[in-house]
Ligand binder design. Sequence first.
Ligand code: HEM
Length: 355
Amino acid sequence: MASSWLGVGVLILAALLGSATAQAGGYGYGGYPAKVAAAPSTAPEGAPAPPAVPAVPAFGFYRRSCPPAEHLVKLVVGKAIRNNPGVGAGLIRMAFHDCFVQGCDGSVLLDPTPANTRPEKLGPPNFPSLRGFEVIDAAKALLERYCPGVVSCADVVQFAARDAAFFLSGYKVNYRLPAGRFDGSISLENETLAFLPPSSFNLSELVQSFVAKGLDVDDLVVLSGSHSIGRSHCSSFSDRISTPPSDMDPGLATILKGQCPANPNITNDPTVVQDIVTPNRLDNQYYRNVLRRKVLFNSDATLLTSRETARKVVENAVVRGSWERKFARAMVKMSLIEIKNAANGEIRKNCRVVN
Ligand code: HEM
């Protein structure tokens, strides 16, 4: 095994050259120590027995059990994004969709089985639009080669989103992520509709759906900035270009009408880019688009409907570098929603099926 560690180390070093400096400066989430000391192998005499299940995930969780884990995921994600940046957008969205349904437990990855024919991934918010599953498979396959049975799929999803944000932001969104989530075994299509907000939601509906998951209005505004990358199917916003009056910029509405059929349906539902200015760059352009009413969804436009959120939109649009920092923090916060532990989860061997 030692020689394979060495091999993988060389691979990683080669692949990460150039990003190493940027990587050193990560962000943490308040309340978590910057570094978690590895547990001593024997407890000092008289010390209370360590809890069987750690209470919270920790930074550097795989430092001992699978040292190259985070680098391996980054390697796979970087390669996938070089091939197709859209996959990176898919991975960031996947982290959100995983966390809002059954917590961040990899439940979005489970395939249908005879016992559960309608898992989350077949829910309308996910199918057919959610993408990046094959990147998670590739990362997990590599991890299983080097450290079988150690790294959870739930962690791979969050690492992959973190790495996608890193690459797509030109290394500006760069954060350390506590790990140690376990994988869940419950995955139900109808829960996707119950917990994932649709693009038609207004501000108070959006806030409610975020608060239900322990996130607040700040997180809502900051995480919505992800809509500065990736794509949308025409069916996700067709109401806003077909029914006047719409508060969408007329110029954008005209462009979209040229790209979308009048009545998109399952056999004719093209995609368009979300951010026409910098489509593959994770940046604060989204907030400028919101201010100019050049956004696709009601859920984006509605951020201007309260004084508080409109002020945050302006701040993110104009203060250089501040959104990237807030985004990193909010992603960490989101990644800790209702996570599972050894008592109620497992480490899947294959992310698509429970063990
Ligand atoms: C605030 C409520 C949100 C709503 C209503 C919403 C809705 C949507 C919709 C309808 C799409 C287009 C799907 C399609 O038709 O292909 C989309 C795409 C996307 N969303 Fe959201 N979203 C929300 C929040 C978030 C959050 C919190 C994140 C990440 C942290 C996120 C990340 C993305 C990304 C990256 C894409 C592009 C995906 C791709 O290109 O494959 N969204 N969102």
